[in-house]
Design a protein around this ligand. Structure first.
Ligand SMILES: NC(=O)c1ccc[n+]([C@@H]2O[C@H](COP(=O)([O-])OP(=O)(O)OC[C@H]3O[C@@H](n4cnc5c(N)ncnc54)[C@H](O)[C@@H]3O)[C@@H](O)[C@H]2O)c1
Ligand SMILES: O=C(O)C[C@H](O)C(=O)O
Ligand SMILES: [Mn+2]
Length: 579
């Protein structure tokens, strides 16, 4: 299958790759995947009809990187930098990824969390070029024809959102599209998935936000969100059409609100290989961080009593993964559940109160609370921490500042080294500032946060703050699913990602809870290798090339398939590609 209707990747007589291109001249410089800017060679300029359209000097990519980075550094605000990088991505994708790889740690917070949260809010206002695909209530009837317009013929990975729960900032309508774009940029920069194999998707089913509906510049469909049967009919149509157009595609569901996140995951996970990043990716990342934190404390996971603040997609996903981790550590399901306390906005989940079905498996039995003292119907966060003698506190509530000083001191009262991870994003939704956590516990808390934070300085010592973000898991997990052409993304694969991340951290950065972001590519390669080996073991791989590979061969295969931002030589072919 050809990669795009505009070009195809071929090999020359010596086996080297080149692009056969079917567009020519000025238009070529308008295709981000084909644009080399000032780096087209003289021979390419002649062949491709670019003579006279470009400056005489031919730049190397190194010079282009210098030039773009200098411009980037001139910009003042994070949003300006975000817009600049997104423009570069829409202008010249190879250069964009080369720049991103060179400055991953500096640029990730600009392209991804937290700045992407602001880009979501302002999406309609800063919109420039089309990128990705929008399925909306305006085109769902003709979804197949619309999908045929996507210029890529071999999409293997989709990140799709209905924007109902973007980060911790809620319903964002059409603006949520910035999230799949950001996640897929990480897939390419860190996970090695070629940009021509990826497609960001916005599922625009409307928005319940009046400020968006009444904003004259708002670009999404202008009605309230679909819900119930019409919502699932929309989703069914999308999934069927995507499956027909891209039979090998894997879907990552992103930022679906709790009311639909679990239902969408279960409805389609056996229909099309797919996973929910907020439930499963976050679960794996939290479990990995917890294992690393226990290692730093010299304790076992099964020694801990864990409180999870927030019972949505993230919170329940984390509860699921930790329960599995506790079982793997030797506890029975019943024993494991006694160590896990999950709270939603109404307090601790206890079986005798009302709650949604997806929360029920993580509710405490009322007998477990015998001897507890609490004032209301169910214990609050502080009361739960005190009565359960919690040693671990994880925030997935989207409630900025909810880990107050009394709460953190109560954790410290229970254990000399409390593990406290405010995992909510963006920065404004973080349950606490790492700086406060370190100070309130006299430097003793083991801290990681969902958003990036600078190291904390306390008593003359530096405390790096690990980023407990699913970015450490989804690129490897999704890449493995793509490479193996798995029939489904299994729970075993998700858990394997967690252990791969924990093992990597123990080996490469043993003093930390999570590796530094600049190692994201190495981490993702390891996660992908382990997950692919697991999928093979579980008999889920349909890709013939990986069958019968051992672990070392799988690792080498993953490394060899990682896309790199290099310009390939171009050759003009005088025909329009037939699809
Ligand atoms: N670090 C990561 O990798 C990561 C991954 C996923 C989600 N998150 C973060 O977790 C947060 C929640 O995301 P989600 O996808 O679960 O959203 P969601 O809409 O599915 O769930 C939000 C949940 O927050 C809880 N909540 C709301 N108000 C609360 C309150 N006052 N007290 C206690 N709990 C309350 C509720 O249980 C609700 O179900 C967001 O801020 C998101 O950025 C972080
Ligand atoms: O997007 C992120 O930074 C992580 C996570 O998926 C979230 O929704 O917060
Ligand atoms: Mn998310």
């Amino acid at each position: 299958m050809s990669v795009s209707r505009y070009y195809d990747v071929k090999r020359d007589e010596a086996g080297n790759r080149y692009l056969e291109v079917y567009v020519q001249g000025f238009l070529l410089t308008r295709f981000p995947l084909l644009n080399k800017g000032t780096a087209y060679t003289l021979e390419e300029r002649r062949q491709l009809g670019l003579e006279g359209l470009l400056p005489p000097h031919v730049n190397s990519i190194k010079e282009q990187l210098d030039q773009t980075y200098r411009q980037y550094r001139l910009l003042g605000s994070e949003m300006e930098k975000h817009i600049y990088l997104r423009n570069l991505q829409d202008r010249n994708e190879v250069l964009f990824y080369a720049l991103l790889e060179e400055h991953l740690e500096e640029m990730l917070p600009i392209l991804y969390t937290p700045t992407v949260g602001e880009a979501v809010r302002q999406f309609s206002h800063i919109y420039r070029y089309p990128r990705g695909f929008t399925a909306s209530t305006a085109n769902i009837e003709g979804i197949r024809e619309a999908l045929a317009n996507v210029p890529l013929n071999d999409v293997r990975l989709i990140v799709a959102t209905d924007s109902s729960a973007i980060l911790g900032i809620g319903d964002q309508g059409f603006g949520g599209m910035a999230i799949p774009i950001g996640k897929l940029s990480i897939y390419t920069a860190a996970g090695g998935v070629g940009p021509d194999k990826t497609l960001p998707v916005e599922l625009d089913v409307g928005t319940d936000r009046a400020d968006l509906l009444f904003d004259p510049l708002y670009l999404g469909v202008r009605h309230k969100r679909l819900s119930g049967e019409p919502y699932y009919a929309f989703m069914d149509r999308f999934v069927e059409a995507v499956k027909d157009r891209y039979p090998k595609v894997v879907i990552q569901w992103e930022d679906f609100a709790k009311d639909t996140a679990f239902a969408v995951l279960e409805r389609y996970r056996k229909v099309i290989p797919s996973f929910n990043d907020d439930i499963q990716g976050t679960g794996a990342v939290a479990l990995a961080g917890l294992i690393s934190a226990c290692r730093l404390k010299g304790e076992r996971l099964s020694d801990q009593r864990v409180v999870i603040h927030g019972a949505g997609a993230g919170g329940i996903g984390v509860a699921w993964a930790i329960l599995e981790g506790l079982k793997r550590d030797g506890l029975s399901e019943k024993e494991a559940k006694k160590r896990l306390f999950v709270l939603d906005s109404r307090g601790l989940l206890v079986e005798n109160r009302s709650m949604e079905a997806y929360k029920q498996p993580y509710a405490q039995q009322p007998q477990a609370l015998e001897g507890w003292s609490f004032a209301g119907q169910v214990p609050t966060l502080l009361e739960t921490i005190q009565n359960a003698r919690a040693t671990v506190l994880l925030g997935l509530s989207g409630q900025g500042g909810s880990f107050t000083e009394p709460i953190v001191r109560a954790m410290h009262f229970n254990t000399p080294r409390p593990i406290i991870f405010p995992l909510s994003n963006p920065t404004s939704a973080s349950e606490a500032l790492p700086d406060d956590l370190i100070h309130w516990t006299e430097g003793q808390a083991i801290v990681a946060a969902g958003s990036p934070f600078p190291p904390v300085v306390y008593n003359g010592s530096y405390y790096p703050v690990g980023q407990g973000n699913n970015a450490f898991v989804f690129p490897g997990l999704g890449f493995a699913a793509v490479l193996g052409q798995v029939s489904e993304v299994s729970d075993g694969m998700v858990l394997e990602a967690a252990y791969a991340l924990a093992d990597y951290t123990a080996r490469e950065t043993p003093e930390r809870v999570y590796p530094p972001v600049k190692q994201l590519r190495e981490v993702s390669r390891e996660v992908a290798s382990r997950v692919l080996a697991k999928a093979l073991e579980e008999g889920l791989c349909r890709e013939p090339r990986v069958q019968n590979m051992n672990a070392a061969q799988v690792g080498a295969f993953v490394a060899s398939r990682m896309w790199e931002p290099h310009y390939l030589p171009f050759r003009w072919a005088d025909r329009r590609r037939e699809d």
